[in-house]
Design a protein around this ligand. Structure first.
Ligand SMILES: Nc1ncnc2c1ncn2[C@@H]1O[C@H](COP(=O)(O)OP(=O)(O)O)[C@@H](O)[C@H]1O
Ligand SMILES: [Mg+2]
Length: 509
């Protein structure tokens, strides 16, 4: 019987190359369009590019291709072969954004029927390769692009952005493009996708875009007329770019001791409550944007999420924690293939429980502070308006309508009616608490109306103001001393105002 403790014994080996169908698996990673384009831009960044142009080509109403063009150091023939090889990669430094050697192929072929790469270095002539999905699938055959075409394509981008070196990646047969672009469909698609792409790149590459000498431009050109429709520079979207901290004692640094890896620094921030900035709101839902922001070599690889440390909740909306991943993330931080998230091991969760700030402040204090900042803001400008007794006769229907839209009303209460009546003693108004009536002294009616005609719905301004001032008073059976004093105060000021109105009316006669 086989002993469980033995290594598996072997009797030899044979080479089993991947079946051509492996291309399908490679191109079915579920990349979203903007995520796939971002993967190409990562390659440009890795090649030291300062200028990246994302170029949509249209022929009238039909979108035809997408090109990503950069002024990075480019590739020679041998470099192109490496680039087109699945898993192929150059030796890159520890600072690179690339990782698995699959991004270019997998991102491109998930989006397009073919991908053409044209490149030149300072020392090599323009050269190119192309993968056509169909052919790749049948026999792994990669096309060698005609040198004149390669030269011609690079010439089109002469000076912007390519002068002596650079790379063009071209997608044809892009699945995301509308099949029939008529009736404004292409324009609508472009507006939507460019906004989405701009935000995605702006967010994930914000640290690069903030640098003076790095730019990404999105442009749309009509191949037939040469008209450039749009030429727009991607703006950085800094997820920590709040105007003022939601808590004056933040941001704070916490140190998480990760077993087997060492200390990881957590930069804990609390956003300005109720912000309308793109940096806070524009990318996905605010709920999804709380939590960890992992950066790998300055590229944002996860934009929010608690990695099982906490559940996302409304009250933690203001909490965002920046974490620069160590060069050697080991098994603790594992980047997903699409670079759309980081998987963290249980050691990270343990380290968070032990994370401390200055004076030994536990990391959980931060969560509490973020929750209070959120709650406090809610309370201060809270949307809870107290219910009122509904407005009734005497207030014009259009005003009553607005009051009911703006305020919760106590439906079961009799509405407050306002009407004119002769009052003794010269008071401006009197209250019939039991019947919910405000009586206005008709002595002052002419003054209030200023010569206009009276009617049941007359004097809407003064009636609305009195309704607002006296609503509270009607909610109680009796007035306390403070309220009594207020009522007296309002009486005497309103009487003075009414007399003043009367004097003015007399002067005008
Ligand atoms: N725009 C580019 N400029 C220069 N070299 C590139 C460019 N795009 C891809 N490459 C080369 O192709 C290789 C493979 O790219 P890719 O499939 O995205 O995998 P990775 O980025 O993980 O290495 C890169 O390592 C790089 O050497
Ligand atoms: Mg890559």
């Amino acid at each position: 019987m086989t002993d469980w403790h033995f290594d598996v014994p072997t009797t030899g080996s044979k080479i089993l190359p991947p079946d051509a169908r492996s291309w399908e698996a490679l191109s079915s990673q579920g990349y979203d369009f903007e995520v796939a384009v971002a993967d190409l831009v990562d390659n440009s960044v890795d090649a030291g590019a300062k200028d990246v142009v994302i170029h949509f080509l249209r022929d009238g109403d039909q979108l035809v291709s997408l090109l990503v063009v950069d002024d990075g150091w480019g590739m020679d023939e041998a470099g192109l072969d490496v680039a087109m090889t699945v898993g192929g990669r150059r030796d890159y430094g520890t600072r690179a954004l690339g990782m698995f050697g699959t991004g270019l192929k997998s991102a491109s072929l998930s989006q397009a029927d073919s991908v053409t790469v044209i490149s030149r270095t300072r020392r090599s002539r323009p050269a190119g390769r192309r993968w056509v999905m169909e052919r790749a699938r049948s026999d792994h055959r990669c096309d060698i692009v005609d040198a004149d075409y390669a030269q011609g394509l690079l010439d089109r981008y002469y000076d912007r952005p390519i002068t002596w070196q650079g790379t063009v990646v071209r997608w044809d047969g892009v699945k995301d493009f509308p099949k029939h672009g008529g009736g404004g469909q292409t324009d609508r698609y472009l507006n939507r996708i460019i906004a989405k792409l701009g935000l995605h790149l702006g967010l994930h590459l914000h640290r690069f875009l903030a640098r003076e000498d790095f730019n990404i431009t999105i442009a749309v050109e009509d191949v037939r007329t040469g008209t450039v429709y749009l030429d727009y520079g991607v703006q950085p979207v800094d997820p920590f770019g709040y105007p003022i901290s939601g808590d004056p004692t933040y941001p704070r640094r916490f140190t998480a001791p990760v077993a087997g890896l060492g200390d990881v620094t957590l930069h804990a921030h609390i956003w300005t409550p109720r912000s309308n900035l793109d940096e806070y709101k524009a990318v996905g839902s605010v709920m999804d944007r709380q939590g960890f922001y992992f950066y790998r070599n300055d590229r944002l690889v996860q934009a929010g999420g608690w990695n099982k440390f906490r559940q996302a909740e409304q009250h933690l909306s203001l909490a965002r924690v920046a974490v620069d991943l160590p060069f050697e993330g080991g098994d603790v931080f594992r980047l997903t293939v699409k670079k759309s998230g980081v998987e963290t091991s249980p050691e990270f969760a343990v380290a968070l429980e032990h994370a401390r700030g200055v004076n030994g402040m536990p990391f959980t204090d931060y969560l509490t502070a973020a929750q209070s900042a959120y709650r406090e803001a809610r309370r201060r400008s809270g949307p809870t308006r107290e219910a009122v007794i509904p407005p009734g006769k005497g207030i014009p229907p259009e005003v009553r309508q607005v009051i009911k839209e703006e305020l919760p009303v106590q439906e079961y209460e009799d509405p407050i009616e306002i009407r004119w009546q002769k009052l003794d003693g010269g008071a401006f108004f009197d209250l019939d608490r039991e019947n919910h009536v405000i009586l206005l002294n008709s002595t002052y009616r002419t003054a209030v109306l200023g010569g206009r005609r009276g009617g049941i719905n007359d004097a809407p301004m003064i009636k609305s103001l009195l309704y607002l001032m006296l609503n509270q008073v009607f909610q109680k059976a009796h007035s306390g001393p403070r309220e009594k004093d207020n009522l007296q105060l309002w009486q005497s000021i309103l009487v003075a105002a009414a007399r003043s109105e009367l004097d003015r009316l007399a002067d005008n006669d």
